[in-house]
Design a protein around this ligand. Structure first.
Ligand SMILES: [Zn+2]
Ligand SMILES: [Zn+2]
Length: 371
């Protein structure tokens, strides 16, 4: 057993509380990771939805980065001391997993959104002995330790700062993967991104990497549009303008690819309407909003909702690390760090749009003992 100081959400509308969580020893297929830092993603806030109330109390966080502390007896390819990024969990033996599409694992929601193992256990308890959800995306990494599986623990080079890498596990992988794994654009293509948060800006960087000719970024925050221009957007549009569709299309005649990260019905509608024929619209915004569209608006056009950039984390995350190391994927431009004790402020800054990607720095267990 190990005791972890973790951020726990007890009530849907309450703040996080930093408290001691006791984690079980890793099972044969599990890994114990000492978390160094964890990104905050909008999906963490889904835990506040009334529909997910059964999850609470819950340790959240699903963009962890850290160091392997212990491995179960059946775990291969990971050793104590390895630097790792934590991503989404998958089973490894269903049809989507076997065909290299683990983001569509038959047990994706169970493994990532229930806060529990597949057998219903959480592997974690609060000080009073009651259970706490601690398997959020197979990790719950807003705390000193996370119990993960070999499937969602990705080894990364040890010469890249762990304080930066956590967001590769979800948000950045989602945006970059939507472009690199689903759209696969080339020079001569054009692409529009709706919502220039961490996911959208990762898509902008990936589009630039791919040599995309015209990259249009749409957002309501001027600061984000400025950042989008620095990261590779060739044109920006303020989403509050009345003629967003006309501005996005410009003189392209329609875009080859559009990407919606907002989950807002009216925006998703524009993202489809802005497409050329043929054209592909990728949606990732996990909101509750719906949109309707005339069937004929889909002539020659495809719309798909993508989880986790359709990535195989073990292949894709090291690829993104390599791009970062070579200066082609300036991940550091998106990140702002917060101490664990300031996690509520990090969430507020993320919701308001003031910060693109908050990363929570986790106090090491040694630091804490000497306090
Ligand atoms: Zn599976
Ligand atoms: Zn996420």
């Amino acid at each position: 057993m190990v005791t972890s100081l973790s951020a726990v959400l007890r009530k849907s509308d309450g703040p996080f509380s930093i408290e001691e969580v006791t984690l079980e020893e890793p099972r044969p297929d599990e890994v114990l990771v000492r978390v160094v830092a964890a990104g905050m993603c909008h999906t963490d806030m889904l835990a506040r939805l009334p529909a997910l109330e059964a999850l609470l109390p819950a340790a959240l966080g699903h963009e962890g980065a850290g160091v392997v502390e212990a491995v179960g007896s059946q775990v291969e390819g990971l050793a104590v001391g390895d630097h790792v990024v934590l991503s989404f969990d998958s089973c490894g033996h269903c049809s989507p997993c076997l065909t290299g599409r683990p983001a569509y694992c038959a047990t994706f929601e169970l493994r990532n959104m229930s806060g529990r193992r597949v057998d219903g256990s959480t592997g974690a308890r609060l000080v009073d002995g009651s259970e706490v959800s601690a398997r959020w995306f197979g990790q719950s990494s807003f705390g000193q330790y996370a119990l993960t599986t070999a499937r969602n623990t990705v080894k990364v080079p040890s010469d890249v700062p762990l304080e930066l890498l956590g967001p590769l596990g979800c948000g950045i992988q989602t945006g970059a993967g939507a472009v690199l794994n689903e759209m696969k654009p080339g020079p001569g293509n054009n692409l529009a991104v709706f919502g220039a948060g961490a996911v959208g800006l990762a898509a902008v960087m990936a589009a630039k990497l791919s040599g995309v000719r015209e990259i249009v970024a749409v957002d309501v925050h001027t600061s984000r549009l400025d950042l989008a221009l620095e990261l590779g957007a060739t044109r920006v549009v303020n989403g509050r303008d009345e003629d967003v569709l006309a501005q996005v299309v410009g003189d392209t005649g329609g875009l080859d690819f559009t990407f919606d990260t907002t989950g807002v019905g009216s925006v998703m509608q524009v993202a489809v309407q802005a497409l050329a024929r043929p054209g592909l619209c990728v949606l990732v915004g996990a909101g509750q909003d719906e949109f309707s569209i005339a069937p004929t608006a889909l002539i020659g056009r495809h719309v798909t909702f993508v989880y986790e950039g359709s990535a195989v984390p073990q292949l894709f995350i090291p690829e993104l690390v390599e791009h970062y190391r070579n200066g082609r994927f300036p991940l550091d431009r998106l990140v702002q760090s917060y101490q664990l004790a300031d996690i509520d402020r990090a969430e507020a800054d993320s919701v308001s749009g003031a910060v693109v990607k908050p990363v929570i720095l986790i106090p090491s267990p040694e630091q804490q003992e000497t306090r």
